[in-house]
Design a protein around this ligand. Structure first.
Ligand SMILES: [Zn+2]
Length: 303
C-alpha cells in the first residue's frame, strides 16, 4: 500500500519536472569529481540508472542543479553499464586557428614557474596534415571522436562533445570549462601526432603534471598517470600499434583547466606514411575506439 502511494506521488513529479528520458537540455545526472579520483556512479548520488535526475518526494526542484549541455545530435540512451557517467570527447583542433591568446593554466608563476605553463597560448590551432592522405588532423580527430561518442553512448554514457563539426570556433580553455561545467569525470582529447622523422610511429598519451604544486594536484597527477598506463595498454592491445609512453605535462591548456581526469591521446603519427593511411580507415578507427571503450568499462569503472 505504501509502495503504491509512493509511485502515485513519484510519477506526476517526474512528469512535471521534465525528467523523462531523451529530452535534450534536461538536467543530467553527474557524478561530480573535483579531486581527480576515480568517480563511479552510485544510485545515492541522486540519479536513476537511466542517467536522469530524479526528483524524489521531499527533494525540492531547486536542490537539483541543472547542468548545461552542448547541443547533441543524438541524446544518450541512458541505459547500460555507463549510465550516469558523463564523459567529454574533445576532438582536437578545428579548421581555423584562433591566434588570440588565453592563459595556458589557472595557476600563476608563483605556483609553478619551472615549466612553460604560465604563459599565454593561442586559443586554438589547426593541427598537422597527413603525409600520405593530405587529410588534416582536425578531420581525422573528429571522425574518431564521433565514433567514440557513439560507442560510449551505446553503453549508456552521457557524452559531451566539444565540437561536432570542423568549423567550430572554440578555444582550448573554453572546451575545458565546458567539460567541467557539464560534470565530466573523464575527457578524451583526440589528436594525431607529427614528426619531422617520417619513420616515427605509435601511440602516446599526455596527462597532468606538476600543476599548481599542491599535494592534491600531485595525487591527481599520480592517479591519472596510472589510469593513462592502462588506457595506453588497451589501445595498443586493440590496434597493434607501437607502444610509446604516457607523459606528464603542464604545457597543455586542455589538461590544465580541466578539473577531472584528462587524457590527450595522440592516436598515431600522420607524418608516417603507413600510419597516416591506417588512421584514415574506418576499421582502424574502430579498433582505436574499442581500446578506449574497453579502458572505460573494464579499468576505469572497475577501479
Ligand atoms: Zn593535435
Amino acid at each position: 500500500m505504501k509502495r503504491v502511494f509512493l509511485l502515485v506521488l513519484l510519477v506526476p513529479v517526474l512528469l512535471l519536472s521534465g525528467c523523462i528520458t531523451s529530452n535534450v537540455g534536461a538536467p543530467t545526472a553527474v557524478p561530480l569529481n573535483t579531486s581527480g579520483n576515480v568517480a563511479v556512479f552510485t544510485p545515492d548520488q541522486g540519479a536513476t540508472p537511466d542517467g536522469v535526475v530524479n526528483t524524489l518526494p521531499g527533494t525540492s526542484e531547486s536542490e537539483v542543479t541543472p547542468i548545461p549541455r552542448t547541443p547533441q545530435p543524438t541524446d544518450a540512451p541512458g541505459k547500460g553499464p555507463l549510465a550516469g557517467v558523463v564523459i567529454c570527447v574533445d576532438p582536437g583542433h578545428q579548421d581555423t586557428g584562433l591566434t588570440e591568446k588565453e592563459p595556458c593554466a589557472p595557476w600563476g608563476p608563483e605556483a609553478n614557474s619551472s615549466v612553460n605553463n604560465t604563459t599565454m597560448k593561442a586559443k586554438a590551432t589547426s593541427g598537422t596534415t597527413g603525409i600520405s592522405t593530405k587529410k588534416t588532423e582536425y578531420v581525422i580527430n573528429l571522425e574518431i571522436g564521433l565514433k567514440l561518442r557513439d560507442a560510449l553512448e551505446a553503453l549508456g554514457a552521457t557524452v559531451v562533445m566539444s565540437r561536432v563539426d570542423n568549423s567550430s570556433r572554440i578555444s582550448n580553455r573554453e572546451r575545458a570549462l565546458m567539460a567541467n561545467e557539464a560534470g565530466c569525470v573523464l575527457t578524451f582529447n583526440i589528436h594525431c601526432n607529427g614528426s619531422d622523422n617520417t619513420s616515427v610511429n605509435g601511440v602516446e598519451l599526455y596527462v597532468r603534471g606538476v600543476g599548481d604544486n599542491t599535494a592534491e594536484y600531485a595525487q591527481r597527477s599520480k592517479t591519472d598517470l596510472a589510469l593513462g598506463q592502462k588506457l595506453l595498454d588497451r589501445i595498443i592491445a586493440a590496434t597493434g600499434a607501437k607502444k610509446r609512453s604516457v607523459n606528464k605535462s603542464d604545457n597543455y591548456t586542455g589538461i590544465n583547466w580541466r578539473d577531472h581526469t584528462t587524457f590527450i591521446i595522440e592516436c598515431g603519427f600522420i607524418s608516417n606514411p603507413d600510419e597516416d593511411v591506417r588512421l584514415n580507415t574506418p576499421e582502424y578507427q574502430d579498433k582505436l575506439v574499442s581500446g578506449i571503450v574497453k579502458f572505460v568499462t573494464d579499468d576505469y569503472m572497475n577501479g
